[in-house]
Structure formats: structure tokens, C-alpha cells
Write a protein that binds this ligand. Structure first.
Ligand code: GRF
Length: 259
């Protein structure tokens, strides 16, 4: 499994990195291709709330671990707390307020236009709490990502943490996937697992899952931006040229390596 060691504010792969392809681990010998070999990917990040995943991505960029630039942070409501953090970092921000549009299609169109105006390579939904219509999804097909707090295809939709606890689940986690017209149903790119303990409540579990989301999203983006992870409609997902139909699994960080 690929283990990320904390250094300073972000994470970087350890020397002995590897990833699980599908569900069978395959070793990889050294750090992935140098980020400097690739032109920075242009990201537009779309948020609705606190924006902690946006911050994790921005931190990874600032730490030189992710070859990307954030061209725009756009929110669907002015109350999104993540906007303040984006402004503090002097990133361009925009609000496309869903309450200003009587029809969902009009909101979708305005949001799509604003996103497109920043000419993104990747559209990164990070805690975006609206369901997008097909017109938007198709416009950015294959380059719009979302993060969801469950091990999809299990537990699409809301209240995932409580639902896992109610079901007596032992394993939970988060998924980064491509966005399609099906809610939380697009091709899975990467996942991270979190064990559920008998003492868990939804808040405790959400906190642990969120910490892992902050590792997972920059990691998947890095694989995409470095061209190691590729998804095509015909062939599906591949990592370093090898098919990985179920996505890749990010290893769980071990306590001893978190220094
Ligand atoms: C995360 O749990 C994410 O998986 C879900 O919404 C939450 C957003 O958190 N889609 P944040 O706004 O990134 O802090």
C-alpha cells in the first residue's frame, strides 16, 4: 500500500510506495514521476461549505506535491466558509447562488458557464451539496471529480456515517469518483478505508473519514495530473497502463509513520 508520511503541512509518498490495484497490491519502487515533468493542471474547485477538502488540495499544491493551479473556487452559496479561506490565499472566487435561480437548469447553466470561463482541466467537486443536471455533467464528462464519504457503491447519498453504524458495518471510508448523471455512481478512481469501532458515533467516524479524505483527494489528483491514472470510456480505468476496474486503494496511514 502506498503510505504517505506527514512532512510539514502536507503529505508525500514514502520511498517504499506501492498502491493496491483493484484489490490486489502491486509494488512500486520509488516516488512517482517528478511533478515538474508535467504542466500544472488547471483546477476549478466547487464547494458549498467549509471547504476542508479544498484546503487539503491547496496545501498539497503549496507544498509542491501536486502539479496544479487552482484557477477558481466557486460556491453555490455566499455562506460557504471555504470562500474565506480561498480569499485568504488570494485565489479567485465566485458565487453562483442557487437561490437566485428559479429553475434548476438555469442555475446549472450559470454554474457551468462560470466554471468553463476558468478553462479548467479538472473540475473538483469538494463538498458541493447540489445534484447537477445532465447538461453540466456531460459538458465536463471525464474531467469532473467528486469525493463521497463512503466506500461506494455502498452508501450513496446522505448520512453515510450513521447508516454504516446502524448497519453494524466494520469498514467505512471515502471514494473519489468521476461524476456522471447517476448520483454518486460514476467510475471509482480511488478509495481509502476507515475501520469502524464499537465506540463510534457518527461524529467521531465522520472526523476520521474526513482526515482520510484529505489524503485521498490530493493523491488521486496527483495520479491523474501526472498521467499515471487514466480513464477512458472504452477501456475504463488504468494505473500505469494496467487496468484497475475497481479503482485504487490508498493505504491507511500507520501511526508510527505519522511524524
Ligand atoms: C466531505 O465529507 C465530502 O466527502 C462530502 O462533503 C464533505 C465536505 O467537506 N462530499 P468539506 O466541505 O470539504 O470540508
Amino acid at each position: 500500500m502506498l503510505v504517505y508520511r506527514r512532512r510539514g503541512r502536507g503529505y508525500r509518498p514514502s520511498r517504499d510506495d506501492s498502491v493496491s490495484r483493484g484489490r490486489s497490491p502491486v509494488s512500486r519502487s520509488a516516488d512517482s514521476a517528478a511533478a515538474s515533468c508535467y504542466p500544472p493542471g488547471r483546477l476549478v474547485v466547487v464547494i458549498s461549505g467549509r471547504g476542508s477538502n479544498f484546503v487539503a488540495i491547496a496545501d498539497a499544491i503549496e507544498a509542491g506535491q501536486l502539479p496544479a493551479t487552482i484557477e477558481l473556487v466557486v460556491a453555490d452559496r455566499s455562506s460557504a466558509a471555504g470562500l474565506a479561506e480561498a480569499r485568504r490565499r488570494q485565489l479567485p472566487t465566485a458565487i453562483v447562488d442557487y437561490t437566485s435561480y428559479e429553475q434548476r437548469e438555469l442555475f446549472d447553466q450559470a454554474l457551468a458557464e462560470r466554471i468553463a470561463s476558468a478553462n479548467p482541466d479538472w473540475v473538483v467537486l469538494a463538498g458541493f451539496m447540489r445534484i447537477l443536471g445532465c447538461a453540466v455533467v456531460e459538458r465536463f464528462a471525464g474531467r469532473m471529480l467528486n469525493i463521497h464519504p463512503s466506500l461506494l457503491p455502498a452508501y450513496p447519498g446522505l448520512n453515510t456515517h450513521q447508516r454504516v453504524i446502524d448497519d453494524g458495518g466494520e469498514k467505512h471510508g471515502a471514494t473519489v469518483h468521476l461524476v456522471t448523471g447517476e448520483l454518486d455512481g460514476g467510475p471509482i478512481l480511488g478509495q481509502v478505508e476507515v475501520a469502524v469501532s464499537p465506540q463510534d458515533n457518527a461524529l467521531l467516524l465522520a472526523d476520521r473519514v474526513l482526515n482520510q479524505e484529505h489524503r485521498l483527494y490530493p493523491w488521486v489528483l496527483k495520479l491523474l495530473l501526472e498521467g499515471r491514472m487514466v480513464w477512458t470510456p472504452g477501456a475504463g480505468l488504468a494505473l500505469d497502463g494496467v487496468p484497475v476496474p475497481d479503482g485504487v486503494l490508498l493505504g491507511v496511514e500507520r501511526e508510527a509513520e505519522c511524524q
